[in-house]
Design a protein around this ligand. Structure first.
Ligand SMILES: [Zn+2]
Length: 504
């Protein structure tokens, strides 16, 4: 029953969108002429450069990323595309890179190691070095107050360090470590030491994530207040060391080792400011009024860099989108040079720090060079060179997000495809409830968040996704070519149409 209702409402939706506008695109010989300058040979030539080992996997803040930015800029200069940021081809932005912290714990003249004997999550609390005499450490069992249960009943934890069992009894399964730290903070405790019978499993599961470095926009680091008091998960060995009492300790011994009975947490926050950049090429529109309106085409040029001595070339992710931008820029600039350019302006913007959390595109939308209110659309390209498990032939592309903000955009893209490129537009992932959540996972999302219509062009994940085997030899360049042509034609149509894209 439910399913039928769903289908009926779906049909109503489909028919509305089909007949409301009925957007049609007439074949434009000029558009075809310039679309034909987009060739798999040129796409290939560029990708063989930026996805080579020499470019070291293009990691944000590293040499390979800067080399790629230079390469992209030099290409834009060659085509005659103007700098997009007040005379510069770059929009530079600061990032805070946090590496694995330097941390040790000492007790009873023994040193304990980070990621072996203990671990913690830096981003949740303001960690500093601390010393606690053992007699200031109190146990609060499971650290739970719930119904009849009150693990704080007979203890005073104000200003103290407390030991809590991270594993909750089955009837209190909703008490995770976060909830326990929050309660400890409320009770006035200073720090929490967690013990757990799952310590080793948890450490194994988390260490990959805890070892690596992370990057954040510098502007975020300043404003964000951390929610918890410091907490450390400790191993069984360290826990039993804590509860071991020494019998033959005299005043002499204590004089020599004043910190012997003190739990010393040594901590060094390991962060530095680095710089990355978005690359901006600007093709000004020819219409005096409409040139104020901006079409943005994005792809991220950064990838994962080098890990364990292996270069992650990121040929598909997102080498393909990056080289597509170059070909679109060249085609549009050639048209402009011949006096046949678009009425609206186009910003070609390869962004960086996508792999660090869509940071480059967010920096742009928080510090836009062209007003957000004048930004008509963002066409974003991320991975368009491979086949995924749902397809056997290469003539498809996933279209994601097109109708979310502007139904008209969806129709323009459909009509353009019908007239020129005739690809299979696959809408399988264009569903807010899709578990893959692709709509939220690339740079277009930062534009969508600001009310700007977007399309995310994507050809799906494959077995080499985020692996060092995502190499240029596996790219289907004919596929990259025809998807790039579709995006070019969509930009062309939006760039010349009489009215701005309608917002839903
Ligand atoms: Zn990507």
């Amino acid at each position: 029953m439910k399913r039928i209702i769903y289908i009926v409402s779906f049909l109503i939706l489909v028919s509305c969108s089909l007949f409301k506008h009925g957007y049609k695109v007439k074949k434009d010989k000029t558009a075809i002429e310039y679309a034909n300058t987009i060739t798999s040979d040129e796409l290939k030539k560029h990708l063989y450069v930026i996805a080579s080992d020499e470019y070291e996997g293009r990691e944000t803040g590293r040499k390979g990323q800067r080399m790629t930015a230079e390469y992209l800029k030099n290409e834009l200069v060659k085509y005659g595309v103007k700098p997009g940021n007040n005379g510069s081809y770059f929009q530079k932005f600061p990032l805070i890179e946090t590496a694995k912290p330097d941390a040790t714990i000492s007790l009873h003249n023994k040193d304990f190691e980070f990621l072996k004997d203990f671990y913690f999550f830096e981003s949740y609390a303001e960690f500093t070095t601390f010393d606690i005499p053992m007699d200031q450490i109190v146990s609060a069992e499971y650290g739970i107050i719930d119904g009849e249960r009150d693990d704080y009943k007979n203890i005073n934890v104000k200003g103290k360090t407390i030991v809590i069992n991270a594993d909750s009894p089955s009837e209190f399964k909703n008490w995770d470590w976060k909830k326990k730290v929050a309660l400890a903070k409320e009770k006035g405790a200073k720090n929490v030491l967690f013990i757990s019978k799952n310590y080793q499993n948890n450490l194994t599961r988390l260490s990959h994530f805890l070892e690596g470095s992370s990057m954040k926009l510098a502007s975020d680091v300043k404003k964000k207040e951390k929610p918890y008091i410091p907490f450390v998960f400790i191993s069984d060995e360290l826990a039993s060391e804590m509860f071991r009492t020494e019998s033959n300790i005299d005043d002499d011994f204590i004089a020599r080792y004043p910190l012997y009975n003190t739990f010393v947490f040594n901590y060094l926050y390991n962060s530095k400011t680095i710089e990355s950049s978005n690359v901006l090429g600007f093709i000004e529109g020819s219409d005096e009024k409409l040139k104020e309106e901006i079409i943005i085409v994005t792809a991220h040029y950064d990838h994962l860099g080098i890990k364990d001595g292996l270069v992650y070339n990121g040929a598909d992710d997102d080498g393909t989108g990056t080289v597509a931008l170059l070909e679109i820029a060249q085609a549009l600039q050639m048209a402009k040079n011949a006096g046949k350019g678009l009425k609206r302006s186009v910003l070609i913007m390869p962004v960086s720090a996508e792999e660090k959390g869509l940071l480059g595109s967010r920096y742009y939308t928080e510090n836009p060079v062209y007003p957000i209110k004048n930004t008509v659309v963002d066409l974003n390209i991320d991975m368009i060179g491979r086949l995924d498990e749902h397809h056997k032939k290469s003539n498809y592309v996933y279209v994601i997000g097109a109708d979310k903000i502007s139904n008209e955009l969806h129709e323009v893209n459909e009509a353009v495809n019908k007239t020129y490129t005739k690809l299979k537009l696959d809408y399988r992932y264009n569903d807010e409830n899709d578990p893959n959540r692709f709509y939220y996972r690339s740079d277009h999302y930062n534009f969508a968040k600001n009310g700007i219509p977007v399309i995310f062009y994507f050809s799906g994940v494959h077995e080499d996704y985020h692996k060092h085997t995502d190499v240029v030899e596996k790219i289907m360049f004919d596929k990259v070519e025809y998807i790039t042509k579709l995006i070019f034609h969509t930009a062309w149509e939006i760039g010349n149409k009489a009215t701005r894209l309608e917002i839903n």
